[in-house]
Design a protein around this ligand. Structure first.
Ligand code: ZN
Length: 242
């Protein structure tokens, strides 16, 4: 099965559409959470996702915040602004869609979570210690996660238990073996200094992962953000890719 794996769309419809086009035909779409927050198109992104066949979509921390399920104090100033703005513009249908999203899922023998299998909505998997601890919280070989906005993989050596990992660049395919975490990066707000939308194509049989990037019209998104009076730092970081 050819599957499009994406995460952290963050209400950026232009980036989402660029990824859907660049990915080509796929048999399923796995979205690892944070459909909304930061960007200017929350309802439009939800509508687009709802129109896709064979979608599995998870709840991210920004989705939970838009539903008022998370204390706003947990967010920085700009993120708080965008949560409030998102709450104001979200349609009842958009809210219903977010409210039914699960925190974890199992698909084609792969565990899916937004942040980590231990604490799906909040925990960041960035360091080897946290990754090592999380190996006990899923029982499949593979676990796909998002949340950090950085395309990367972590692998556990089967004999020593040692964790290795690296950033995955455009076009790269980390070898799939043993127990692994794979992160496709962020569609709508990459944070690896590459402003292009990030995603991955996963083949379930035989298992293969390929990281990819899609160019999109960032200026048009920034213009919508300015019109909606978003904080300048949020507007600028899109073009800087962090
Ligand atoms: Zn995010």
């Amino acid at each position: 099965m050819r599957i499009l794996v994406l995460s952290d769309i963050h209400a950026n419809l232009t980036a989402l559409d660029a990824v859907l086009e660049a990915a080509g035909p796929v048999e399923a779409i796995w979205c690892l959470g944070d459909v909304v927050g930061y960007g200017p198109d929350p309802n439009e992104c939800i509508e687009r996702l709802r129109s896709l066949p064979n979608l599995t979509c998870l709840m991210g921390n920004h989705d939970a915040a838009a539903l008022d399920q998370i204390d706003l104090e947990a967010f920085n100033r700009e993120a708080r602004h965008s949560v409030r703005w998102t709450q104001d513009v979200l349609t009842p249908q958009g809210r219903d869609f977010l409210a039914q999203l699960p925190e974890r899922a199992l698909a084609e023998g792969v565990t899916l979570a937004h942040g980590s299998p231990r604490s799906p909505v909040w925990e960041y998997l960035l360091d080897h210690q946290t990754v090592s601890e999380n190996m006990a919280y899923f029982d499949t070989d593979l676990c796909f996660i998002g949340h950090t906005h950085i395309p990367l993989f972590f692998c556990q050596e089967s004999d020593t238990g040692e964790i290795t990992g690296d950033i995955v660049l455009d076009g790269e395919s980390p070898p799939i073996s043993g127990r692994m975490f794979l992160n496709p990066g962020s569609v709508g707000q990459p944070r690896d200094r590459d402003s292009r939308a990030a995603y991955a194509i996963f083949n379930s049989e035989p298992r293969h992962w390929k990281a990819a990037r899609a160019q999109y019209d960032i200026a048009s998104v920034q213009e919508r953000m300015r019109q909606a009076d978003f904080p300048t730092r949020l507007v600028q970081r899109l073009i800087q890719g962090w």
